[in-house]
Design a protein around this ligand. Structure first.
Ligand SMILES: [Fe+2]
Length: 381
């Protein structure tokens, strides 16, 4: 018997060039002169894209002190500005960092702090003010999901807040603001999206519907990520990556993730490393561990990666998928391991407990023992 399957995503999504303008039109209708807080990635301010909103007729206050791996201090500062500006709604404009900050402020707009109280699954009681999310990377899919990851400034632990109440009301994917993203960030965020697709596909929470979406996401990302990395001005590649990461987000928001994310979170929190790079390093290694428990699915992943599996048994094809993931990492310039990023074997030992306690761990096809996590971290150096 199948367990209960929950499908959860934003009420509205605008995708394509001009999607930001469609959002502005909707905001003018819904909020008229109400004040709103725009929580924006500083890069979007620098590139002038924030002017699309700031120079419109919307009554917005700008908060742009968003940092990668947003922390509890960032959230508190943004919330202070939310209160003092009298904002009635929130816009998160950026990658995961800006949107996750906006999600945390949404929680605090209707629930008492500190934000760390809401770590875990469905801990949020009250729905906060409306939240609109414009995604600028392809990507975390933060514009689609019920997750926000906030690093504790004191303890350096990543709080993973998972609640239906932080799913944005409207999500926006406009590839025109993705054209200027540097290739290293395109690569890391693209493999993050691929990780969402693969982890949701092999997850314990996978469903017939998410299987279909996950495979489509893997296929799309494998085809278009190298093109977007090679030449970031190719609008078709950007558009398809925006689509691939968006549908990967739809899938993992319902099917869940696994040990790649569970192990990447402490690495990012303790060493302030980019989320996408941590996932990319861990994806082939954790997939190798998971492969025997999902042979048929890894065989289909090999096909979706564009590999010719016609002459291979499912077992052989499943091994080809692991090699395909390693090759794709190399192709888009992902570091070969954590050692290249200044991480020692000793450092990884401090990540093990947090990885095992991470809310994503439960979705892995096979639970891992402490020793196995230690071993996989060693392999990831
Ligand atoms: Fe992710």
């Amino acid at each position: 018997m199948m367990s209960v399957f929950k499908l959860a995503f934003p009420k509205i999504n605008f995708s394509g060039v001009g999607a930001i303008e469609a959002l502005i039109e909707r905001l003018l209708l819904e909020h008229q002169g109400d004040a709103g807080l725009l929580i924006c990635d500083p890069a979007m301010v620098k590139l002038g894209f924030s002017n699309k909103l700031l120079l419109s007729e919307l009554n917005l206050t700008l908060f742009s002190a968003v940092r990668p791996n947003p922390d509890t201090n960032t959230v508190n500062s943004a919330f202070d500005l939310f209160v003092s500006s009298g904002a009635k709604y929130l816009i998160g404009f950026g990658g995961g960092s800006a949107i996750d900050t906006a999600k945390a402020v949404r929680i605090l707009s209707a629930n008492p702090g500190p934000i760390a109280k809401y770590n875990g699954v469905e801990q949020v009681a009250q729905l906060g003010v409306p939240l609109y999310a414009i995604n600028t990377t392809a990507g975390t899919a933060a514009e689609v999901t019920s997750n926000a990851v906030i690093t504790d400034t004191e303890t350096h632990v990543k709080h993973v807040l998972i609640s239906d109440k932080i799913i944005p009301d409207v999500s926006v994917n406009d590839p025109s603001v993705m054209l200027g993203i540097p290739s290293a960030i395109t690569a890391a965020t693209g493999i993050d999206a691929l990780t969402h697709a693969i982890e949701s596909y092999v997850s314990q929470g996978a469903h017939k519907l998410t299987d279909y979406i996950s495979l489509e996401a893997i296929k799309t990302i494998a085809e278009y990520l190298p093109q977007a990395v090679d030449d970031g001005s190719r609008i078709e590649a950007r558009e398809m990556m925006a689509y691939g990461q968006f549908i990967a987000g739809l899938s993992f928001n319902s099917a869940g993730l696994g040990m790649v994310h569970a192990m990447a979170h402490p690495a990012g929190a303790q060493k302030d490393l980019p989320h996408g790079v941590c996932n990319a390093i861990l994806l082939p290694i954790v997939s190798e561990f998971n492969r025997p428990y999902r042979v048929e699915k890894f065989a289909k992943i090999a096909q979706a990666l564009g590999l010719d599996t016609s002459e291979l048994s499912p077992e052989q094809a499943s091994f080809a998928a692991i090699q395909g993931l390693k090759d794709l990492n190399r192709r888009v310039g992902i570091p070969s391991g954590f050692a290249e990023l200044g991480v020692s074997a000793q450092d990884t030992l401090a990540w093990v407990d947090d990885a095992l306690a991470d809310p994503c761990a439960g979705g892995n096809p096979q639970p891992m023992t402490r020793e196995q996590v230690v071993d996989l971290y060693q392999q990831s150096l």
